[in-house]
Design a protein around this ligand. Structure first.
Ligand SMILES: [Zn+2]
Length: 329
C-alpha cells in the first residue's frame, strides 16, 4: 500500500472520532460521473476513521443523487430482488422487535421505509427521516410512516421518547456523524436501542479492492468507518455495544461480486443496473452488450466465490459491512 503523507493544508483537519492529528491520503476514489473532481479518501492512522476531500457543498451534493437513485415510485429492483429485499427488511425489523418493547421507532434515512412498514405491522409507531419530500414519498404514502423531512439534527422530536433508532447504511452519508449520534442519544429513552449498519473500510473486501470497492460510494459517503472508529464513536456518544456482527448476507456477498466486476474495468456498477429493473436493464444491455454477456458468463464463478469470501471475512471479523446493536446507557 502506498500511503503518501497527507501534506496539503486545505484538507487538513483533526480526526473527529479520536482527535488524532496525522491524517494521510489513503487513495484516490473513482468518480461516479464524468467531470467529477478527483476525490481522495483521507484516513486517520490511529482509529481508521476516513473522510473525503474535497467534500461537495450541500447545494452540490444533489448531483450525485439522481431521481433514479430512488427509482420509479421509489421501486428500485426487478420482482425477484424486490422479494429478496423485502425478506431482508423483515429480518431487520425482527432484530429490532426482539430487543425492545413495542413503542416509537425512528429510521434515519429510511429510504422507501420498508422496515418501518414492517415494524408498524408489528404494532410500532413508525417514524422516518428523509432529506426531501421526493425521497420521503414512498415511506409516507405506501408504508404509512410518520415522516420528518429535513436534516436529522434539526428535526423537532420529543426527547427520550423513542424505543429504537435505526441508521441502516445512512450514517456514512452524514457530514457530522458525531452530532447525529448525539442527537439520537437525546431522542432515545434510557435503555433504548440504537442500530447502526455501515460499510467497513477495514474489511477484507475494502483492502482488496480499494478504489474499486462497491461500498466506498464516494462522494455520497462523506465518512468511512472501520471497527475501531465505529466503536469509539458509539462509546463517545454514550452507547454500550451489545452486538457487532460482520456477517450480513444482504450486503456483503454483493460487495465482493460488484467490486470484482469493477476491478475488471466493467462499466461502473453495470451488474447493479442489470438487476435493477426492466427499463434500466434494456438500456444498459443495449449500450454495453458485450460487457453484459461477460458479466452473466462470469456469474457462475464469481457468485460462489463471493459467498465463500463473505464467510471468510466474517470469520476474521473483517466483514464488508458491520451491523451494530447498542443501548443508551
Ligand atoms: Zn482517529
Amino acid at each position: 500500500m502506498s500511503l503518501e503523507r497527507h501534506s496539503e493544508k486545505s484538507a487538513h483537519r483533526d480526526c473527529e472520532i479520536c482527535g488524532g492529528k496525522a491524517a494521510f491520503s489513503a487513495f484516490h476514489a473513482k468518480g461516479l460521473n464524468e467531470g467529477d473532481p478527483a476525490f481522495r479518501v483521507i484516513r486517520c492512522p490511529d482509529c481508521g476513521y476516513g473522510w473525503i476531500d474535497p467534500s461537495p457543498a450541500d447545494h452540490e451534493i444533489g448531483r450525485w443523487y439522481p431521481k433514479e437513485y430512488y427509482g420509479k415510485e421509489n421501486v428500485r429492483f426487478n420482482k425477484v430482488f424486490e422479494l429478496l429485499t423485502r425478506w431482508f427488511r423483515r429480518r431487520r425489523a425482527s432484530e429490532v422487535a426482539r430487543r425492545v418493547a413495542v413503542g416509537r421507532v425512528l429510521d434515519v434515512g429510511c429510504g422507501r421505509g420498508l422496515i418501518l412498514g414492517t415494524l408498524k405491522e408489528m404494532g410500532f409507531e413508525s417514524h422516518g427521516v428523509e432529506l426531501s419530500e421526493d425521497s420521503a414519498w414512498h415511506a409516507k404514502n405506501k408504508m404509512g410512516a410518520i415522516m420528518h423531512v429535513g436534516p436529522f439534527v434539526e428535526t423537532k422530536l420529543e426527547p427520550e421518547s423513542f424505543e429504537a433508532i435505526i441508521f441502516w447504511h445512512s450514517l456514512e452519508h452524514f457530514r457530522d456523524p458525531v452530532a447525529a449520534l448525539k442527537h439520537a442519544h437525546k431522542l432515545l429513552k434510557k435503555g433504548g436501542l440504537l442500530v447502526v449498519a455501515v460499510p467497513n473500510s477495514d474489511s477484507l473486501q475494502a483492502k482488496v479492492f480499494r478504489s474499486d470497492w462497491f461500498h466506498l460510494d464516494v462522494p455520497r459517503h462523506y465518512v468511512h468507518f472501520g471497527s475501531r472508529s465505529l466503536e469509539l464513536l458509539l462509546d463517545g456518544a454514550g452507547f454500550k455495544i451489545e452486538t457487532a456482527t460482520h456477517f450480513c448476507f444482504e450486503q456483503n456477498p454483493y460487495g465482493w461480486l460488484q467490486s470484482a466486476y469493477n476491478a475488471l474495468e466493467m462499466e461502473w456498477n453495470l451488474l447493479y443496473t442489470i438487476l435493477k429493473n426492466r427499463s434500466a436493464r434494456m438500456t444498459s444491455v443495449r449500450e454495453h452488450p458485450f460487457q453484459a454477456i461477460l458479466i452473466m458468463a462470469l456469474l457462475p464463478v464469481l457468485l460462489p466465490m463471493s459467498l465463500v469470501m463473505t464467510l471468510v471475512e466474517a470469520a476474521f471479523r473483517q466483514g464488508g459491512t458491520i451491523e451494530t446493536y447498542s443501548f443508551k446507557e
